[in-house]
Design a protein around this ligand. Structure first.
Ligand SMILES: Nc1ncnc2c1ncn2[C@@H]1O[C@H](COP(=O)(O)OP(=O)(O)O)[C@@H](O)[C@H]1O
Ligand SMILES: CC(C)(COP(=O)(O)O)[C@@H](O)C(=O)NCCC(=O)O
Ligand SMILES: [K+]
Length: 265
């Protein structure tokens, strides 16, 4: 029973095909497309794949994008499956959502937190947890040792920070620079400023959560630009490729188990 996981952010659609809808399933194929190239999926990347029995995804890029993905699925001649999309809820797969309006939490944040929490639990670690996602935007989430999402930060990603500075000033149109402790040119000053803004936000959240819980948090980082942050972090962290896919597998397995229980009752 093959399972296609889809993560649509504001820059790229990421997909991964697994041999089963459960954690630990074997990865059969994966890929990424910029949103403007979604229309290529059916013809190119998905052309040679075995038909998935289930598709579960999360989208934060709007309903029009959801429709475009569904159209690609419908174009696949051998695929007889409708994509389902995760929405954030009050509680799912062992995680409790502390957002004022739980449904307004970005579905990608919710799914990544579920993936991260289970990754930790699978290793027998019941600790507070920081989840950092470095994509178009950056999010920094705090989860306590019991699995309650306490709240999180949203800040601009590298690209948005640079574009905002470029468009709001006359003298900041420069090539990408290097991260430096003491930047001595405009390029390095901008690149270092953005990187340390993100690293600083994570450091603060680490302090808030450590103080709140009285225990050192673990920190998992993911997202297309996560690697850029790695050399500049101030606390131990782990860079993980597929937190959102991990979360989607976890949710699929939980939902299947709940459906089976219901059918047996
Ligand atoms: N090879 C790459 N392709 C695309 N984006 C990349 C790449 N390397 C780094 N990035 C950065 O990652 C960001 C996109 O990451 P991603 O996790 O796909 O974002 P989102 O989930 O918001 O679509 C881009 O803003 C870009 O800065
Ligand atoms: C914060 C986000 C823009 C992150 O998007 P991304 O960088 O993954 O494209 C997205 O999760 C979102 O639109 N959230 C809704 C608002 C909220 O979570 O409070
Ligand atoms: K994302």
């Amino acid at each position: 029973m093959t399972f296609l996981a889809i993560d649509v952010g504001n820059t790229r659609l990421k997909w991964a095909l697994y041999d089963a809808p459960r954690p630990g399933a074997a990865l059969l194929a994966h890929g990424a497309e910029f949103l403007e190239h979604i229309e290529r999926l059916a013809e190119h990347a998905w052309g040679a794949l075995p038909a998935p029995s289930r598709i579960l995804g999360c989208v934060v890029a709007g309903d029009a994008v959801k429709r475009r993905v569904r159209e690609q699925v419908e174009q696949m001649p051998q695929w007889d499956v409708t994509p389902q999309w995760v929405v954030s809820s009050v509680q799912e797969a062992g995680l409790v959502n502390g957002y004022d309006h739980p449904l307004r939490l970005g579905a990608d944040r919710w799914v990544a937190m579920i993936g991260a929490r289970h990754r930790l639990l699978a290793r027998g670690e019941r600790r507070p947890l920081i989840v950092v996602m470095v994509g178009t935007a950056v999010t920094v989430e705090a989860i306590d040792a019991e699995g309650r999402f306490l709240g999180g930060l949203i800040l601009p990603g590298h690209g948005i920070m640079l574009r905002a500075l470029e468009s709001g000033t006359a003298g900041l149109h420069v090539p990408t620079g290097e991260v430096r402790l003491f930047p001595t040119n405009t390029s390095d000053a901008l690149t270092s400023g953005g990187t340390y803004a993100i690293a600083g936000a994570v450091e603060r959240m680490f302090q808030h959560l450590a103080q709140h819980c009285g225990q050192e948090p673990a920190c998992l980082m993911t997202g297309g630009a996560g690697w850029k942050m790695a050399p500049s972090m101030t606390r131990p962290f782990e860079l993980v490729d597929h937190l959102i896919f991990d979360g989607l597998l976890e949710i699929a397995a939980y939902r299947a188990a709940a459906a089976a229980r219901q059918a047996a009752a």
